[in-house]
Ligand binder design. Structure first.
Ligand SMILES: Cc1cc2nc3c(=O)[nH]c(=O)nc-3n(C[C@H](O)[C@H](O)[C@H](O)COP(=O)(O)OP(=O)(O)OC[C@H]3O[C@@H](n4cnc5c(N)ncnc54)[C@H](O)[C@@H]3O)c2cc1C
Ligand code: HEM
Length: 874
């Protein structure tokens, strides 16, 4: 049989299953029948009843113009399908081609379309979310209950989140003459989706319509009365609002959890697809029988540099469903890409807002027509000098013109096409509040493009080892570890990894993720830290540089570490850390002085990043005047660590290489100058010490100093940033720390367990065949130790996912274990204790601007790249 015959047979008798029976699912089913598919069609949906339309739910249904039951999607044709409704799909087995349902049934398929969309992000405290009067709006039932609550005439409605849905709901409230307060963490409404310029207009509009708009604040708690009815909201700045309805409009969560075991590349940002809507598996291979469409899909678009884009737009769901359906029943040569330019609309406060393109994919914005003051205008968005999007307020007829500009990559700023030229035509920075906030509340997520990032995701490639095909781990584990979408919350992945404590990977390496096994490996003398022992050693990272003791084994490691320790801690230098106390307090204090009055601070850039270099320079005895150069070198080295040859300018790598050379040279000169001049700094002490192990060679001193600068940098930055983030997420603990300063000691310990800076030790090598948890790891294999997973192992720690600074039994893996146990642990602890205590003491009502914040690409040293916080009244 030819493939044309196969396709004909499939179109006649094949089995197609659609999971997610709403807009995208229904439109795809109709298109499949239009395309001539006569085989069996099964529609699986967890909601009961006819597919219905969602946009009216936050508009006409809430005003009462349209009953919730009157939103059924019009049927374009009969689809002759079997409907399995009211039960969710719980799994997808690609090997046997079955969809599993939560009630145990299995539905076979030849091809499957996934269109499970998104759900509303619930209020984060379950007991508060359950109060009577607290709502979200995603389904018909949600809208129906909220409309009833609005009809009952509440004294005030609180809307939490001023994205599109929240703003539309606030608009409905004002239309119904209901007092409404809108609370938004960003500086203005719609900022996450449309940027600061439109945010200002939107804020204006809301206030002009009588909305009590509060921006830059976070709702910390919802309070109920004795009957379990919502009564009051508490803000993080201490203020409160009394209301009897709260609508939580904090964006959405993609419905992908049911695909966790499927082997598909499905996660926080959706299901990764190619432009033909075919889903990718975890290894990045295109599947040919699994397709995705609608809000749950994440596709590349060549107009946007092939970035993967997730859209929560009605028009996108329809168009993508039609392309997916076509491709499901077409020969390879006839398949179509889904390349249309996104379109979106919203109606609020009497204004028709429309957008074309991807406004978040922009660095500048300009008003091209009309005037924002009149709420009738068009703005164009540009990225690197070309038009990428446009947004109109009450001027939608012009969007087609801008669509053509986007399609042809027209230069930005574009000329004004009409006589209503705005007075000011100067582009301004688009100014999104921060990528993470943007990703949470916005309806467009350019998931792998992050305008605020200094670095981009490192692409980790592994070639499968010839002749070895078996693996004990889930395929694609390494890719999942390295996948940036897991960075904000890698802990569910770690929980999965722990099911196979020692997992062999496709490339022959091993991932170890449980506490006991990690500790065993760290203390096993058969394991080496010298990458030269790998069966395929990598090229040395730095030409001509002496290796550092973190990459050495006994006895050489022990000799160098012993020599360095003589000047770094007990028994010979017991007072090192306590002696630095005054300096640390002053250094921390002066960094806080620099930012104390500012409303917005980046805890990473403004505070945590400069601190460790200051401290290590002091420790080494680097002259004051050389310090600025050390800051620049460490910065360039750190930047080059995540270099990605595909997306980064080569300059970034070159700068790192140059910085290493310059740093080495400068340290070499400093060491030379130290000979015969005993001083307090470590360089001088090492250069003049004739201890039991003899004198350290100059090159070894330089290597040790470099090691301290690098090993003690990003780790401390991350611990401070992760610490501040965790405290802001646990306001009660933050308050306790203010009241009981001594809490900082166990608190930092718990941070090292709960949100550690080092998630993975990526290098250990088996000297000879070693057995770990009954698995024989062959000589020369690379072993990755998942420290952060071990520190969350429920077999070792009680309630491990709880942040509990009162935890007593807390032997975490934050500093590793065995002969390489962190050399700088005591210093890192004290540095962080002082930093956090002072931040908490001196910042005025700090609150997060984005949660989760944007993370650095690295899964190894994990921490936010920026941690923007606001303070003061805001
Ligand atoms: C209140 C509101 C207002 C909106 N306003 C606008 C607007 O003005 N303009 C605009 O462009 N867009 C708007 N949208 C967005 C638009 O409605 C969506 O883009 C569209 O609904 C996406 O369709 P979908 O089929 O991909 O996903 P959905 O409509 O979310 O459908 C997914 C379906 O899959 C089901 N499902 C999930 N998991 C499973 C499972 N495991 N098994 C079985 N079934 C499952 C879900 O329950 C749901 O029925 C709005 C959305 C909402 C909620
Ligand atoms: C919170 C901050 C820190 C964390 C979480 C941390 C974590 C770690 C970990 C996990 C290791 C073990 C690596 C391995 O086994 O291969 C390690 C080793 C090391 N750390 Fe740290 N570290 C921190 C801060 C520092 C500081 C401030 C310094 C120095 C000033 C430092 C210097 C070193 C050195 C030299 C080693 C190598 C030890 C050896 O090989 O014997 N670290 N660190």
């Amino acid at each position: 049989m030819t493939s044309a015959d196969d396709l004909r047979a499939f179109k006649r008798d094949g089995r197609i299953v659609v999971v997610g029976a709403s807009l995208a699912g229904l439109r795809a089913a109709e298109a499949l029948r239009d395309e001539g598919f006569t085989g069996s069609l099964t529609m699986i949906g967890d909601e009961l009843g006819e597919p219905y339309d969602r946009p009216p739910l936050s508009k006409q249904v809430l005003t009462g113009w349209v009953p919730a039951g009157g939103t059924a999607l019009p049927r374009r044709r009969d689809i002759d399908a079997e409907w399995l409704l009211g039960v969710p799909a719980s799994g997808l087995d690609l090997a046997t081609h079955h969809v599993r349902l939560a009630d145990g049934r299995e539905v076979p398929f030849d091809r499957v379309l996934i269109s499970t969309g998104v759900r509303a992000r619930p209020w984060f405290v379950e007991s508060e979310a359950a109060l009577d009067g607290v709502f979200v709006v995603r389904t018909r039932e949600h809208a129906e209950s909220l409309q009833r609550a609005l009809a009952a005439g509440p004294s005030r409605v609180l809307v939490i989140g001023a994205g599109f849905t929240g703003s539309e709901i606030a608009s409905v409230c004002r239309e119904r003459d209901i007092p409404v307060t809108v609370a938004e963490l960003a500086p203005a409404p719609l900022v996450g989706a449309l940027g600061a310029m439109i945010g200002e207009v939107a804020a204006d509009m809301q206030r002009a319509h009588g909305v009590d708009l509060r921006c830059g604040v976070e709702v910390a708690r919802l309070e109920g009365d004795a009957q379990g009815r919502f009564r009051r909201a508490h803000f993080d700045d201490g203020s409160t609002v009394d209301a009897d309805v709260a609508v939580v409009a904090l964006g959405s969560i993609r419905n992908t959890e049911w695909l966790r075991e499927s082997g598909l590349a499905a996660g926080t940002w959706g299901i990764t697809c190619d432009t033909g809507c075919r889903a990718l598996d975890l290894n990045g291979h295109v599947t040919d029988d699994v397709f995705a469409a609608g809000d749950v899909a994440r596709c590349p678009n060549p107009l946007y540099e092939d970035r993967l884009i997730s859209l929560e737009h009605w028009a996108n769901a329809v168009e993508q469903a039609e392309v997916a359906a076509h491709n499901m029943v077409s020969a390879r040569a006839d398949r179509r890409p889904h390349l249309s330019i996104p379109l979106f609309w919203s109606i609020q406060f009497g204004v028709n807002i429309k957008s074309v393109g991807v406004p978040t994919f922009a660095d500048e914005v300009v008003v091209t027509q009309g005037s924002p003051d009149d709420h009738r205008f068009v703005t164009a968005y540009g990225y690197r000098g070309r038009v990428t999007a446009a947004v109109s307020f009450n001027n939608g007829k012009w969007l087609d013109h801008y669509r053509r500009l986007i399609e042809t990559a027209a230069p930005f700023p574009p000329p004004c096409p009409t006589p209503d030229q705005p007075a000011d035509r100067k582009p301004v920075p688009v100014d999104f509040p921060g990528p993470a906030l943007l990703a949470q509340g916005a309806t467009v997520v350019v998931a792998d493009h992050d305008p605020g990032e200094r670095r981009v995701t490192a692409v980790h490639r592994h070639r499968p080892e010839e002749g070895r095909t078996t693996t004990t781990g889930t395929p694609g584990t390494l890719q999942r570890i390295f996948d940036y979408s897991a960075r904000a919350d890698p802990y569910p992945l770690y929980a999965e990894l722990r099911k196979t404590p020692v997992a062999r990977q496709e490339d022959g390496s091993y991932v170890i993720s449980t506490y006991r096994e990690i500790t065993d490996v760290l203390n096993d003398p058969h394991l080496s830290s010298d990458l030269g022992n790998l069966s395929r050693p990598p090229p040395p990272p730095e030409e001509g540089a002496t290796s550092t003791f973190i990459h050495m084994d006994a006895p050489e490691h022990d000799r160098l570490r012993r020599m360095a320790t003589r000047h770094f801690g007990p028994p010979h230098t017991p007072g090192l850390v306590t002696g630095l106390e005054g300096f640390l307090t002053a250094a921390v204090g002066s960094l806080i002085d620099d930012v104390a009055g500012r409303e917005q601070i980046d805890i990473v850039d403004d505070f945590a990043f400069p601190l460790p270099v200051n401290v290590t320079c002091r420790l080494l005895g680097v002259p004051r005047e050389d310090e600025p150069r050390f800051h620049l070198w460490v910065n360039d080295i750190m930047n080059s660590i995540d270099y990605n040859p595909e997306t980064d300018p080569k300059e970034k790598l070159d700068k790192g290489v140059q910085a290493r050379k310059d740093l080495r040279q400068c340290l070499g000169e400093l060491v030379e100058q130290c000979h015969g001049r005993p001083g307090d700094g470590l360089l001088s002490r090492l250069a003049n010490d004739d201890g039991p192990d003899g004198r350290m060679a100059d090159a070894e001193i330089v290597a040790t100093a470099r090691l301290l600068l690098v090993a003690g940098h990003e780790t401390v930055v991350n611990l401070i940033a992760n610490g501040m983030l965790t405290l802001l997420r646990h306001p009660q603990v933050l308050q306790r720390l203010r009241d009981e300063p001594d809490l900082v000691v166990p608190l930092v310990e718990e941070l090292l367990r709960y949100e550690p800076p080092v998630h993975i030790i990526p290098w250990r090598v088996a000297y000879s065949d070693v057995t770990v948890a009954d698995t024989v790891i062959p000589q020369g294999s690379q072993i990755m130790l998942m420290l952060a997973s071990g520190s969350r192992d429920p077999k070792r720690f009680h309630d491990p996912d709880r942040f509990d600074p009162d935890r007593h039994d807390n032997q975490h893996l934050g500093f590793g274990s065995g002969i390489h146990l962190c050399f700088g642990g005591p210093l890192a602890r004290r540095e962080t204790q002082i930093a956090l205590s002072e931040l908490v003491r001196r910042l005025d009502r700090p609150r997060l601007v984005a949660d989760p914040p944007p993370y650095r690409p690295s899964p190894v040293l994990r921490g936010p790249i920026h941690l923007d916080i606001e303070q003061g009244h805001g």
